[in-house]
Write a new protein. Structure first.
Ligand code: ISE
Length: 349
């Protein structure tokens, strides 16, 4: 008797676009920790870098362009880890090729582009009955985030009125301007709020303190965003991306029956030192904090591709990517507009 399993691939051959920090990290994870997948093709505009990485993965080859990679016979699914400005076109090309895609966040650098991906997927869904796009908001796969979501959903915390988020990076690369603080960094909290509360963010205000000594010319670092949700909850998002001290992501939920905080584990090892000091380390890089979440996210994606559903249950979808982009647009406007700026979102196709 025919079974669906015999028509499904047993191993997903993944093509990875972009081998910078995140792309190289995903290649290593797919090659060593993810079951049911292998990296078959990589590409990067720095070909040499792609070649170096491919040499570490048995059976992996390099192509010149993202288009070639998406069309390749030996690519079943695509992981996009290129800079955000390329995500829209590459995601749409994956949909056109009917290949499942895990697109790193953000889905796009503006809501129009993100909406174009949503529309392309909706049309493909009409034709094939399948969806194709997952967005790499990895925090949805973090154990602490999951516990916090359970605490909110179960009612254990009572009525939630305020959520305080803190997002601190040790440093950023040159050219990390205000819009990137919004679309690259704050976008994580924006998606997390949609994930935690299942309700829309309706308006955003920016409060801009004295820039820190490491802020680039014209950059508002630190930056404070206030988000209001449809039921009237307030979220504070304090971003400081050049602290020089390390990576910290904290969330505190104020409920009428309890207050829950995650992200306090800033160190894995606490040491008592000779000389009477006590302490630990704060990782400089953002990858260690969420390493397990990235593993869980990519494994869940591969499992979904293998079972034909393409998108993992907990994953952010193209629509989530669009809502995040629409909120980022309001946040970006709020940087130069007094008071709250409304989030305008189009209807879901
Ligand atoms: C980076 O792209 C990430 O996704 C990190 O999680 C975030 O903390 C950082 O601010 C971004 O630049």
């Amino acid at each position: 008797m025919d079974t669906i399993e015999q028509y499904l691939p047993r191993e997903v051959r993944v093509g990875v676009i972009g081998v910078g920090l995140m792309g190289a990290d995903h290649v290593a994870r797919l090659a060593s920790r993810i079951k049911g997948a292998r990296v078959s093709v990589v590409t990067d505009y720095l070909r040499e870098k792609a070649q170096e990485l491919a040499a570490t993965v048995p059976g992996c080859r390099v192509v010149d362009t993202a288009e070639e990679l998406i069309a390749a016979e030996d690519v079943d699914a695509v992981l996009i880890a290129s800079p955000g400005t390329f995500h829209k076109d590459q995601a749409i090309a994956c949909i056109a090729a009917r290949k499942p895609v895990l697109c790193e966040k953000p889905l796009a650098m503006n809501p129009e582009d993100a909406y174009a991906v949503v529309q392309a997927e909706a049309e493909a869904q009409k034709a094939t009955g399948r969806r194709f796009v997952s967005v790499g908001f990895m925090r949805r796969f973090d154990a602490e985030y999951a516990e916090l979501k359970d605490a909110i959903d179960s009612g254990e915390l009572g009525q939630v009125s305020v959520i305080n988020c803190k997002h601190r990076n040790a440093t950023t690369h040159p050219g990390f301007v205000d819009s990137m603080m919004v679309y690259d960094s704050a976008v994580h909290e924006i998606d997390a709020i949609h994930y935690f509360l299942d309700e829309a963010i309706t308006e955003v205000q920016a409060v801009l303190p004295l820039p820190g000594p490491r802020a680039a010319e014209g950059q508002h670092d630190p930056m404070l965003l206030l988000l209001r949700t449809s039921s009237g909850r307030i979220v504070t998002d304090e971003l400081y991306v050049n602290t020089d001290s390390g990576y910290e992501v904290r969330t505190e939920v104020l409920g009428s029956a309890g207050i829950a905080t995650i992200g306090m584990g800033i160190t894995r090892v606490t040491t008592q030192m000779a000389g009477g000091t006590w302490g630990g380390t704060v990782p400089f890089d953002y990858r260690p904090r969420f390493a397990a979440a990235y593993d869980a996210e990519v494994q869940a994606w591969i499992t979904a591709v293998l079972d034909g559903s393409n998108i993992a249950l907990r994953s952010a979808t193209a629509w989530d990517g669009y809502l995040a982009a629409a909120t980022c647009e309001a946040a970006e406007q709020a940087l130069t507009t007094p008071g709250f700026v409304p989030v305008t979102a189009r209807p879901r196709p």
